[in-house]
Design a protein around this ligand. Structure first.
Ligand code: HEC
Length: 111
């Protein structure tokens, strides 16, 4: 029973992701190459999260844990710079997710 719920959730997430990809991934990328992750390829494996907390959890916890973020008290401008820096470092956040994440961080982790 529990397993079914999880599967159903996954199915929903996958279908959401597919439709999101249809609009954002315009540049054709070579499928099958997984060695080098360019920004274009990264865009295709971005999480489907659409709320700040989920984006944060899925995109910002690969290299360090959330404490690094929770301990950082930043203004909106500073968060904007941090998000940009982290994306340059390899964080996967789509153009649609960026403002949502910024909002979330600016509201919850302010000075
Ligand atoms: C590709 C790996 C990677 C990902 C993904 C990543 N970070 Fe980082 N992050 C780092 C590294 C490396 C440092 C330490 C270097 C530094 O302090 O500038 C760091 C440091 C930080 C810091 C503390 C330094 C500062 O600038 O205040 C914050 C806050 C932070 N990351 C937020 C985020 C957020 C928000 C995300 C998601 C958008 C994210 N990180 C995703 C690699 C990553």
């Amino acid at each position: 029973m529990k397993k079914l719920t999880v599967l159903a959730l996954l199915a929903v997430l996958v279908s959401l992701g597919l439709s999101a990809c249809g609009t954002s991934a315009t540049t054709p990328s070579t499928s099958g190459t997984t060695t080098v992750v360019t920004t274009t390829e990264a865009a295709t494996i971005i999480s489907n999260a659409t709320d700040g907390e989920s984006i944060l959890k899925s995109s910002c916890t690969k290299c360090h844990d959330l404490d690094k973020i929770k301990d950082a008290k930043k203004t909106r401008d500073e968060w904007q710079t941090t998000i940009k820096d982290m994306i340059e470092a390899g964080a996967k956040v789509s153009d649609e997710q960026k403002p949502i994440l910024l909002d979330y961080l600016a509201k919850n982790y302010k000075p």
